[in-house]
Design a binder for this molecule. Structure first.
Ligand code: KIV
Length: 285
């Protein structure tokens, strides 16, 4: 068996930041993919509520429940024992009250073995972050395009284009850092805004999803990066390997070989010794 790397911890993540080494982060929702990501040395894994779209086929993340998240996060933890695994708080698992937020963050930690949680929103969610962190649970913020509020934000589009909107995102980042967030994800904000926030962060890891190079690291949605989401590929994603194409070609070959009876071959099944077969035929007489 391959030698396992050391467990990624908050200390090792901050060490990377101090050394100027970018942090790698991908979403993941299942055991085998988690295994591959852990083996590849991915620093952080986000079990995102994007699983509502990538795995469950919904049009948005809103129908995803805590039960969905707990099941997938526990599977990812089993596949990725050494990565820093973050459970994404689904819609309405933290918005209603501080207590709801703390209880669901605690459920994530207790039932899945994840290392941290993430929730969406700015200064208005700082009290949730503060309370969760006070319970000893590392919490990551999420600003810019926050998919759970896509309707209010006018769709899945760039956020913080105007100076006023950008100032609000910068103020929100400060509020989340002051509340104790160990990290903040900036999704789809202009690169200059991301740079300003990263430069201003004192003890907080700033991560970029479609927000440029100047953060402490990068996140991509796994399904976008590996051609596994058939509906569309967002501009911010790059396809690093087209697994979707490989799977489709394999499926076509399977259908062809079964149809033409070229699969299975003798090496794919088991025979029976002649004497046993003769006896069986006698027994059936
Ligand atoms: O659910 C998720 O994968 C996310 C990303 C869009 C950042 O929150």
């Amino acid at each position: 068996m391959a030698e396992q790397r050391k467990k990624v911890t908050l200390a090792s993540l901050f060490k990377k930041v101090a050394e100027g080494k970018p942090i790698t982060w991908l979403t993941c929702y299942d055991y085998p993919t988690a295994y591959f990501q852990d083996q590849a040395g991915i620093d952080m894994i986000l079990v995102g509520d994007s699983l509502g779209m990538t795995m469950l086929g919904y049009d948005s993340t809103l129908p995803v429940t805590m039960d969905d998240m707990v099941r997938h996060t526990a599977a990812v933890r089993r596949g990725a024992p050494t990565a820093w695994v973050i459970g994404d708080m689904p819609y309405m698992s933290y918005q209603p009250s501080v207590e709801t937020a703390v209880r669901n963050a605690g459920r994530f930690m207790a039932e899945t073995g994840c290392d941290a949680i993430k929730l969406e929103g700015g200064a208005e969610m700082a009290d949730r972050i503060h309370a969760i962190v006070n319970c000893g649970i590392p919490a990551c913020g999420h600003l810019g395009l926050t998919p759970q509020s896509a309707s209010a934000l006018g769709g899945f589009r760039l956020q913080g284009k105007s100076a006023l909107q950008a100032k609000k995102i910068i103020d929100d980042a400060k509020a989340l850092e002051e509340a104790g967030a160990y990290a903040i994800l900036l999704e789809l904000v202009p690169d200059r805004v991301c740079k300003l926030i990263t430069e201003r962060a004192k003890g907080c890891i700033i991560m970029s999803l479609g927000s440029g190079l100047d953060a402490h690291g990068q996140l991509l949605i796994y399904h976008d990066a590996f051609g596994l989401y058939p509906r569309f590929k967002p501009r911010m994603a790059k396809v690093f390997g087209n697994a979707g194409k490989v799977i489709q070609e394999g499926l076509a070959a399977y259908v062809k070989e079964v149809t033409e009876k070229t699969f299975p071959q003798p090496e794919n099944y088991f025979g029976m010794p002649d004497e046993e077969y003769e006896e069986l035929l006698n027994l059936l007489k």
